[in-house]
Design a protein around this ligand. Structure first.
Ligand code: 5CA
Length: 440
């Protein structure tokens, strides 16, 4: 994409309405614009990050055996009356009446709807287990939407739901999802620490939250630093083997980690002092196992081996996809702007033409750009070099390919790594090889 023709409206000044770094940087880097309280439009750079995150989430869900569906945002109140949550949910639920005076709502979550759909389709225990997920907009009428997309009213969530025959199988599914989550966050270039959590209005016993460390986080966290050193992508787990899943889960939960709500000072004292980490965290995911709460209340049964009706055990698994965009920025930025992990960056590299109109600079940049896919941005604006550098740092592209008149004369490109600040001089071939590698 040529920056001169793009819709990437960067701002030099800090917007007054933004209180935290990620919100400021998302506005300044032209990723989002607010359309009403807690509701945002995603502009091209923001949307690319949102979709990159969603795609990694999708790949790991699919690898864990979950299947993607897409449910509507609008739901009928009838469904929620069946589970008893229509009255319980409170003012966070946006209630709407249609022209026929039917009560509707904008879905804050989908346990009821997926359970109903499951019940229409699955009739026998032989069809279990099933894990279904979607990536869809949710609406919660938060009292105090704040910090931009971090706590929005409309937000993008991956919500998954599992149905198992018995508790042992439901626990396997929970553990499989736990691993998928750890792998997902690691691929997103952030460390999200799993912590035992309260289940709140979703219900159930077994629950973990995943928190990314950041001073602006809403929860206090206590954890063993050994959790930060694990490589979940290298973890050798056979996800179809109960013993292997158990071994992984036992090892993972052997490290202390809890939010302030669940903090246990006696267990904490047993963590070696050098490994005790205290701080604040942003909740980017939450998984729950709540047994038969919805299948029983909504009377959704399958026929068991002896023909008798059997209520499947359920779990639900959320990831805050739009919140993650902000959380990744909170965890990865410096005073000049965003530092995107390569896996989610809106553009993996920017070609910076330091002297537009100079025949040699233009020719070299065009040669690089001709080899580039949509993952590379070309700053071809008639701007000062300083302004181009500032925007490149602000937008956080992992690589900058800098072409100035002196280098262009010799066919040389300066390559800067945004994270390390390291600069190298490359030949045209070297720069083309980097572009090919980034796109590969
Ligand atoms: N039904 C379950 C899991 S599918 C559920 O709704 N879980 S949740 O309430 O914990 O939400 C899942 C994730 O959505 C949270 O971990 C958080 O990352 C994100 N989230 C929740 N509320 C908001 C909000 N107001 N703005 C942005 N993200 C949010």
């Amino acid at each position: 994409m040529r920056l001169s023709r793009s819709f990437l409206p960067t701002l030099k000044e800090n917007p007054a309405e933004a209180q935290i770094t990620s919100h400021r940087l998302m506005l300044r880097a032209g990723m989002i614009r607010q359309t009403s309280a807690g509701i945002y439009a995603w502009l091209p750079a923001g949307l690319r990050v949102l979709e990159n995150i969603a795609n990694i989430v999708r790949e790991e869900q699919d690898a864990a055996g979950a299947q993607e569906v897409l449910m509507p945002t609008m739901q009928s109140a009838e469904l929620w009356k069946r589970s008893g949550r229509y009255d319980d949910y409170g003012p966070e639920m946006l209630r709407i009446r249609d022209r026929h005076e039917r009560d509707m709502l904008f879905g804050p979550t989908n346990e009821e709807m997926i359970t109903d759909i499951f019940g229409q389709v699955v009739k026998s225990y032989k069809e279990l287990p099933q894990v279904l997920y979607q990536i869809q907009w949710k609406f919660r009428d938060e009292v105090r939407p704040r910090f931009g997309v971090m706590r929005g009213r409309e937000f993008y969530m991956k919500d998954g739901y599992s149905f198992d025959l018995d508790t042992a199988s439901a626990v396997d599914t929970y553990r499989r999802m736990m691993l998928a989550y750890l792998r997902t966050f690691q691929r997103l270039g952030v460390r999200a620490i799993p912590m035992r959590a309260d289940t709140g209005p979703i219900g159930g016993e077994l629950s973990h939250e995943f928190l990314i460390l950041a001073p602006t986080g809403e929860s206090g966290v206590f954890f063993d630093s050994a959790l930060e050193d694990q490589d979940w992508l290298a973890e050798n787990v056979d996800i179809n083997d109960r013993a292997s899943l158990e071994q992984f889960f036992t090892r993972m939960t052997s490290f202390y980690a809890a939010t302030d709500e669940m903090h246990d000072t006696a267990a904490w004292a047993e963590v070696p002092a050098a490994r005790q980490r205290e701080g604040r965290g942003i909740e980017v995911g939450h998984i729950f196992n709540f047994g038969r709460k919805y299948t029983q209340s909504m009377d959704i049964a399958v026929s068991g081996p002896d023909g008798a009706p059997l209520y499947p055990e359920m779990g639900s698994y959320g990831i805050g996809v739009s919140r993650l965009v902000a959380a990744i920025i909170e965890a990865s930025h410096d005073e000049n702007g965003i530092i995107w992990p390569e896996s989610v960056a809106p553009f993996k590299a920017v070609i910076i033409n330091l002297k537009n109109g100079d025949a040699q600079c233009d020719a070299l940049c065009e040669q690089l750009y001709a080899a580039a896919s949509r993952a590379v941005l070309y700053d071809d604006r008639a701007e000062r070099a300083g302004a181009k550098f500032a925007d490149a740092d602000l937008m956080g592209h992992p690589w900058q390919l800098i072409v100035g008149p002196r280098g262009a004369k010799e066919g040389k490109v300066e390559v800067k790594n945004r994270r390390t600040g390291e600069r190298t001089e490359e030949t045209l071939e070297g720069a083309l090889a980097l572009i090919a590698k980034l796109q590969g």
